[in-house]
Design a protein around this ligand. Structure first.
Ligand code: 6PG
Length: 256
């Protein structure tokens, strides 16, 4: 799997670079297939990107042809401060002309959570078989990582990491705050994309990055983000602080 590593002086600059990539991919996807399918990340790192896209910088995004999916969700109602949908809505989705019915939120308020997971999986097309030639489901999957190397709500050594059949599962216990059950796309679903980008900021992610970049060809469930290995490769956008801990052997493009 190929890997591109871009290092920026701060999160604002890295977010601007991801906004450029997103615009190019959205434009290309709409020209080729009539719509842009974007999977967005939860957590706090993407919020500057969402604010940027909600303003002038987002004007060239073809919002009316954009379909939005969520990589994961916390099992709370949509207006709860911990809701990934709630944050994306407040910072971006309520402010741009994306079609409301093309915003596919995970229903964190549904019980049992397994029902919300299977509901969401039904909204997605079936997972292509590992040997099949089905086209990728998404155009861009945007992810973050936690200090423990989790991505989406795939926590270290969790059962969800070995799920091969289902695209979305319920996660009874979160390994990091907020400690509420979660819903998450599985590795196979996250990999079914024409592009995968990780946006990572801050020194507290350094140890995880070092382990992820040091992990062997197949990745390891100890550091879940290392298991996301789509055939198209992965782009990492890091700020200086996150990149500090990377071994010198990791080839990177340093941007001023
Ligand atoms: C979530 C996530 C999660 C997140 C990382 C990084 O719902 O919490 O999708 O995988 O991306 O935990 O979170 P921060 O950006 O807040 O550091």
């Amino acid at each position: 799997m190929s890997r591109t590593v871009d290092v920026y002086p701060d999160l604002a600059t890295a977010s601007g670079a991801l906004a450029d990539d997103l615009e190019a991919r959205a434009t290309e996807a709409v020209a080729a297939r009539g719509r842009f399918r974007w999977v967005i990340s939860g957590g706090s790192t993407p919020l500057p990107l969402y604010r940027l896209l909600a303003g002038r910088r987002g004007r060239r995004i073809p919002w009316e042809s954009t379909e939005v999916f969520f990589a994961d969700e916390r099992c709370v109602p949509p207006h709860h401060p911990d809701s990934n949908f709630g944050s994306a809505w407040a910072t971006l989705l309520a402010k741009v002309p994306v079609r409301r019915r093309w915003i596919h939120r995970m229903r964190g308020e549904l019980r049992p959570a397994s029902r919300a997971a299977s509901d969401y999986a039904r909204r997605l097309e079936p997972l292509p078989s590992p040997t099949g030639t089905a086209p990728p489901r998404f155009d861009l999957v945007h992810l973050g990582i936690g200090p423990d190397g989790h991505t989406a709500s795939l926590f270290p050594n969790a059962a969800a990491l070995t799920e091969l059949r289902r695209a979305v599962v319920a996660v009874p216990r979160a390994g990091q705050p907020p400690y509420v059950p979660r819903l998450t796309m599985t590795v196979g679903a996250l990999e079914s994309s024409r592009a995968v980008a990780f946006l990572v900021s801050g020194r507290d992610k350094g140890r995880a990055l070092r382990a992820i970049f040091g992990s062997r060809v197949r990745g390891t469930p100890n550091w879940p983000a290392s298991l996301v290995r789509p055939v198209v490769g992965v782009r990492w956008l890091l700020d200086d602080e996150a990149a500090e801990a990377l071994p010198d052997s990791v080839v990177r493009n340093v941007h001023p």
